[in-house]
Design a protein around this ligand. Structure first.
Ligand SMILES: C[S@@+](CC[C@H](N)C(=O)[O-])C[C@H]1O[C@@H](n2cnc3c(N)ncnc32)[C@H](O)[C@@H]1O
Length: 202
């Protein structure tokens, strides 16, 4: 009896924290739906699929676009080599403030738009761009600028990783990247497609 009374609250804590995180994500989504583009943060299954291609055996220079409250950021940091660097571009101030609670020297958070990529990175200097940007909600000109800049900053063997709830931007991604492969997960609300794009130069 005593054991159970300790065990049950302990079990409940992670669920409670997750629930509270989702509530504060929902609050931001309702406040600025156009830029957030989702009502819930990505599920652990989607996050894992998105970061799956990142190799662990060498230091990487990684750019993250649209980290939100950091569910993908944390998964990247957990997975990659200890000498990697991760630079996150996020326009929502509330999310930028929450990202500040991630204590990891490898992470730099910039409270600016993804279309500022080439102001911060030289051509061919980035290994992976991991993006959760709501592409379908971003205006055409900004989206083109972001993809163009991602193409510019990626190394010849680099990759652009992105998810989307439908395949609206498959054709557009093909305009910027030579090879675009797509996988899918049902384990997200809503289910999502995951693009892995390479320049096809090597
Ligand atoms: C669908 S949420 C993804 C959040 C989190 N990465 C996840 O997967 O749950 C999209 C995020 O992109 C951010 N965002 C939208 N447009 C942006 C832009 N132009 N530059 C940087 N971040 C942007 C939003 O503020 C939001 O945090």
């Amino acid at each position: 009896m005593v054991k159970e009374s300790i065990y049950l609250p302990t079990l409940a804590v992670p669920h409670l924290l997750n629930y509270m995180n989702n509530l504060s994500f929902l609050r931001e989504a309702l406040r600025s739906f156009r830029s957030t583009g989702a009502i819930a943060r990505s599920s652990p299954a989607l996050v894992q699929k998105l970061v799956e291609p990142l190799p662990q055996n060498r230091p990487l220079n990684i750019v993250e676009l649209g980290p939100g409250d950091g569910c993908v950021t944390r998964a990247i940091l957990e997975k990659v080599h200890p000498q990697s660097r991760v630079t996150a571009f996020e326009i929502n101030e509330a999310f930028v403030a929450r990202l500040a609670s991630i204590e990891d020297d490898r992470l730099r958070v910039l409270g600016i738009g993804a279309d500022q990529l080439t102001h911060h990175f030289a051509p061919a200097s980035v290994d992976y761009v991991v993006s959760s940007l709501p592409l379908s909600m971003i205006d055409k000109a900004t989206k083109a600028a972001i993809l163009q800049q991602a193409q510019t900053v990626l190394r010849p063997n680099g990759r652009f990783l992105q998810f989307q709830y439908a395949l609206q931007d498959y054709g557009l991604l093909k305009d910027y990247f030579h090879r675009v492969s797509v996988s899918f997960t049902l384990a997200n609300l809503p289910p999502a497609f995951i693009y892995s794009c390479s320049l096809g130069m090597v």
